[in-house]
Design a protein. Sequence first.
Length: 435
Amino acid sequence: MALQYLSGFGNQHSTEAITGALPQGQNSPQQAPLGLYAEQVSGSAFTAPRAHNLRSWQYRLHPSVGHGAYEAVNAGAHWLTAPDASAQPTPNRLRWDALPLDALAAGTDFIDGMFTIASNGAARGLSGVATHVYRANQSSRLFYNADAEMLFVPQLGTMQLQTEFGLLDVAPGEIAVVPRGIKFRVTHDASVYGYVCENYGAPLALPELGPIGANGLANARDFLYPVAWFEQVAQPVEIITKYAGKFWHTQAETSPLNVVAWHGNYAPYKYDLARFNTINTVSFDHPDPSIFTVLTSPSETEGTANCDFVIFPPRWLVAENTFRPPWFHRNCMSEYMGLIHGAYDAKAAGFVPGGGSLHNVFSAHGPDVTTFNKASTVKLEPQHVANTMAFMFESRFALEPSLQAMKHPSLQTNYDQVWQGFSPAITPISLKEQL
């Protein structure tokens, strides 16, 4: 049965799984309704400005404090955190094939199946990001990430996020965000594969629209939040946490997914990328790729993102007298790209669903030779780019590839060859002829 959701990005949502579970007129009465426990979870400082203040009130069967001491646990062996001592900073352009799913050991959940590609910044300094590929053939243990919020981009297989706030079904073509510190598990019937951006910085938000005006890109109403749901477990459960780049576990008296009702604006959410209202030129030239930004994690420098999540969805190309694919460029930002399905219009071959590419700070990149030659000579008629969905995690800091990613067999050793063989622009002219 299809799940029900609440809509509206950052709204002050209210929901209860049992009628009468939410107190009225206050957050923390002397005795909460139905004998529940009132508990606040804060995603920002108490005194953050109202527009940036993130917090939710939960009404629980048991308070979260009912667990023992955390101890180090052997988990997430390939899940690395910035600063990564193994990192291999390089100006080289890099591209990976999809990591094989059949190579996973039986019983691998998304925690142990997470594989870090690159990272930057510092988790403890609340700055930067890490890019990962996740693979899993088994539903996960209960988990929360104290280091970062997590943006899931599924590429293969539908999964359900069972969270403190309720349930989210997330399929390829959709994304989901689990805020920092929120407990959840990932369940699925078949193997799953996808990408994760682990955002250490400011929480993801909708980008400002500037001269676009009030409408367009990702609309706030299309972001979906879970309705209250809870489970009752009559035995201790294990909880895994990622804290300061290490993994820890504890035994809780019961499942922490026992929130009967909640209200607030700090909760997991999902979004269907097909609802993105793409804006494009109707005259000439290629607009900046920032026009495809879905979510952004701002930095202290206005207009410079800690992380942007950008998509390249189906769209019409109509620009006149214009080279329509993405142009050649060198960027002070770093770009990690992934492909959910189809093909990317700047690459003729080699960039495959489940794979990824990394073009770091000021590394020259753009269309390959085949794409350039075709786009430079094709008759310019309205063209519909269909059956595709690529995305990009873009960051202000250089993304440093992990040693494991640099040594993985999926790394393409001949990536630079796609830009070899461009014809000279003009026949060389001698100095005498110029004079």
